[in-house]
Design a binder for this molecule. Structure first.
Ligand SMILES: [Zn+2]
Length: 63
């Protein structure tokens, strides 16, 4: 799995939040609510996690 450790824009550490995000979204929670509850409030960080999630889903099809 590809894990981005920090937000490129603001430098906030998002590695652990991204991990939880992926787990919880797979369990059926809404991405927006998961990000809110993880305290990822800045749009730059949310974008990072969402982009990473898309990449993981995309590459998962080829393994
Ligand atoms: Zn950020």
């Amino acid at each position: 799995m590809i894990l981005l450790i920090r937000c490129y824009s603001c430098g906030k550490v998002i590695g652990s939040a991204a991990e939880q995000f992926q787990e919880r979204v797979k369990k059926g929670e809404k991405p927006k609510e998961v990000l809110d509850s993880l305290g990822v409030s800045r749009y730059c960080c949310r974008r990072m996690i969402l982009a990473q999630f898309d990449i993981a889903e995309e590459s998962g099809r080829y393994f």
